[in-house]
Design a protein around this ligand. Structure first.
Ligand code: ZN
Length: 220
């Protein structure tokens, strides 16, 4: 896909995936906007990191408060009194799953895009290599895309450049986009809130490090 002359709204959380998507969007669209949310996540300062990343990329960034999500939901990402599942339980989703989150975020992103006259939305969800969150799956994205088009009588296109990428492939994409160092040193993926290479032992760090190791080995 070459530059389309069109614009896009990117969901930017300050993590590895969304930061890679921000630069992917900058490559493919003339004008890029970013949106982020404070929803009671444990490490709200990820939003400040995202702000810095957006500034550096010369992309306007708006932050919205959705604190109701935390009040309605019991999960370990927005409730620090619940210990995070170290790995996915056999019979359920990990308790880091925030029900409804991506649906709500995409809805807000669409409202923002609509107000800007923008038709493209970019999100870093992936159904490869993850914990099986249902709102990261391709069928969900296709369905919410159809619903948003109907809800606003407007043609949105939700782009998911990482949908079939494992972490190794996400590192490779960041490298191809020339932002490997930015993604490695300025993003926050760690469940314990440690930026860059993180705490080294939480599930998010383990996944990120494994992918990085595989990619660096392949590159040699
Ligand atoms: Zn960690």
């Amino acid at each position: 896909m070459s530059k389309t002359g069109k614009s896009a709204v990117v969901l930017l959380s300050g993590g590895q995936d969304s930061t890679t998507c921000l630069y992917w969007a900058k490559k493919h669209f003339e004008k890029v906007y970013a949106i982020g949310f404070r929803y009671g996540q444990r490490h709200e300062f990820e939003v400040e990191l995202a702000q810095k990343i957006a500034e550096q990329a010369s992309v306007p960034y708006v932050i919205h408060e959705i604190q109701t999500l935390k009040k309605l939901s019991r999960n370990s990402l927005t409730n620090s009194d619940i210990a995070m599942d170290a790995e996915k339980p056999a019979d359920s989703l990990p308790n880091t799953f925030v029900p409804g989150r991506n649906m709500i975020f995409l809805n807000y992103a669409a409202v923002y895009a609509y107000s800007l006259g923008v038709h493209n939305i970019v999100t870093g969800v992936s159904q490869a290599d993850y914990s099986g969150y249902p709102d990261c799956r391709n069928t969900f994205i296709k369905s919410v895309n159809a619903s948003l088009n109907l809800a606003m009588d407007y043609e949105f296109e939700i782009h998911t450049p990482l949908m079939w990428c494992d972490k190794e492939a996400v590192w490779q994409l960041a490298d191809e986009l020339g932002v490997f160092d930015i993604v490695r040193t300025q993003t926050l993926t760690c469940y314990n809130g440690v930026p860059a290479d993180g705490c080294g032992h939480c599930p998010a760090c383990t996944l990120r490090a494994k992918g990085l190791e595989k990619y660096l080995r392949k590159k040699q």
